[in-house]
Write a protein that binds this ligand. Sequence first.
Ligand code: DL6
Length: 803
Amino acid sequence: MAINLTKNQFKEDFLNEIHAAYATDLDGTSAFDQFTVLGRLINHYNGRNYAKTTKKYFEEDQKEVYYFSIEFLPGRMLKSNLLNLGILNVVREGITDLGLDFGGIVESEPDPGLGNGGLGRLAACFMDSMASIGMAGNGNGIRYRYGLFKQVFINGYQVELEDDWLKNGNVWEIRRENKACLVRFGGNVWMRPTTNNRLEAVYENTEDVLAVPYDTGMIGYQNDVTNTLRLWSAEVPPAGNEKYYTHEQRDRISQITQVLYPDDSSMEGRILRLRQEYFFSSAGIQSIIRFYRKNHKTMDELPKQVAVHINDTHPTLVIPEMMRILMDECELGWDQAWKLTTECMSYTNHTILQEALEKWQIEIFKELLPRIYQIVEEIDRRYREEMLPKYGEDIVNQTAPLGDGQVRMAYLAVIGSHSVNGVAPLHTELLEKDVLKELFYIYPTRFNNKTNGITDRRWVQISNEPLSNLIDSAIGKEWRNNPKQMELLGQYSDDDDFLEKFANAKKNNKIAFAKFVKETMDIEIDPEAIFDVQIKRLHAYKRQLLHVLEIIREYLQIKDNPQAPFTKRVHIFGAKAAPSYFYAKEIIKIINALAELVNNDPEINDKLKVVFVPNYGVSIAEKIIPAADVSEQTSTASKEASGTSNMKLMSNGVLLLGTMDGANIDIVNAAGKSNAYTFGLTVAQVYNYYENHSYRSVDFYEQNDELKRVLNTLIDGTIPGIKSEGQDVYDALIRYNDEYFVLADYADYVEKQKQISNDFLNKKAWNKRALANVTASGEFSSDYTIERYGDDIWNVPHTKELD
Ligand code: DL6
């Protein structure tokens, strides 16, 4: 239910809260103060519901999901909380009545940078969906003091600045010091016989870290449910603990929750990452077991009450940690502990890239986590003992948790879980046939697919109000509860009047984005142009380079023939590169150098523009997506597990330009092939190249004059802003045989880009195809994804009926 609040009541509450918080009248407050007061009011309005939800789960002894993720990327929460409480309009009107700027207040909220990309945003969509479909679900992660990093461009280069997002506090979180626990690192551990014939773990010289939880309410969509996202902060244990902490140790402890993904190119960085992973895994499992024991005398019911989800390999240590607690603290034997643990655990794989399947050197692991290592060793020993007679040495050596001097996290996650899923049908198939094929052979029934999803509440209702209002006026509001109802828009596909309104909504979004670009980047862009968007992490496999080559091609085309007709384009990028990923940073520099060249060439004028919006994150995405016309999803076939920006763009009426990879395939199937542009090698062709070692990028270079000319601009001074970057990319593509088949896909990609330029001119046909994408987008709502996780993996019910 929406909260019952009148505008006048709200205004009175707001003014009272301003006085209480700041002891001043409105005119003495900043936009951030006003935001904080709104946040406090929301907490006040929702506090009882939040408490009620928690109590209900406890009293009814409900099974709960604990979603462990190293990233959560929730975005700003003010508007989403207001929307979910059903008071967005009342509050906005009240704020405006008071003469304040609602938009400015929204913008003053820091955007928590607690994630890097799709992985973290998916976790945030899942939190929103769990609460909104009435599922008892908790998030468990790390409260990074500085998050990822703030990206700025200096002379076109990415520079990483500290993102001090917590400097003015965080109105949404509740510090729960009474629920803190200790996490132990290092030292020695030995097993001492006890009087009741057991072995007890004795720890010596450990470094103990206090894990303090900060809880944030995840408010469900107008259903009185509020779940919890629990983020842990590392602190020095309070005085009174018998241990003395040196300055160095104190520093090391606070480092644990300083930044997301510390640079792992050094040993020190790798150790820190492992500390982070164990820290939040241990703290989370300790708090789950502590809570369970309040209601239960034995541990037998644990899997009936608790589902622990391992989001990618980072939280895999929940498996040995749960074993540790069940054996060392709850005094269970190995077999029972293992049975309970595997029944609780489930794992999602999010990548097929070998480099992203985490492995830890045994030496480091053992020293940092001696007791956990003993348990992993025993898991490994028992796995080998059981599987060797059945599957033989080769398969067992390839799949055991320990091998090549490393702890192999993905294998440990599969072996210790009852369910393993990929995130799109193709991805799951590749896990089964390739990446994890031996484990699939051993555990065929464990594997399943759960296609990703996104929440339309943030990605349409909040970020695209013009479109949302139009949908309401056409098919009513039920789609807001049941996104599949967007199918009803199909009836308007030939309705000129509706298509015009639909086009107007897009145009208004484009005008708003153009204004933002002008104000923040001082670049003038024409809302009539095609807004061609690529927003995602910068990675070679995602092939932002194809897009770069297309910009160069278009640039040369205009320069060759300035008077020829040209469909105007704005190429829009948003992307961060990992700080130690040199090649990705070179690509950023090239894009910025191209922007400099193209945007300032009077002959190009406004035919072509390049906009690389710095510091890409949720809030920037909310501005770009509603304004987009073309969604570039150009990964090499087989490499993108799913992609989710493709789904967000789809539900905002954007036509996909993509390879048949990840969830692009499902989007094209849903929207219809004629409503998307697909190009490039198929997965079979890519694998064929691998198997026969037959790819020669230089052949593509030699055989395509246009491609040759475009590539040569990287090294011939055409783009004055670049130096070695151009040469490095050129070498990677030609001398080092183009790992991701950019040149093989170039011609087809360009062909589709030309079609786009042509098709865009027929406005009506374009709008009709854009609408077909919105109409078909409902099935990619994360509400349905979460429903499937609940039914098939977690066995946790939800209260809301979905279509
Ligand atoms: O499942 C969420 C998201 C997928 O949509 C992306 O395709 C995938 O790249 C991403 N995976 C990761 C993990 N590491 N890597 N690489 O971020 O997950």
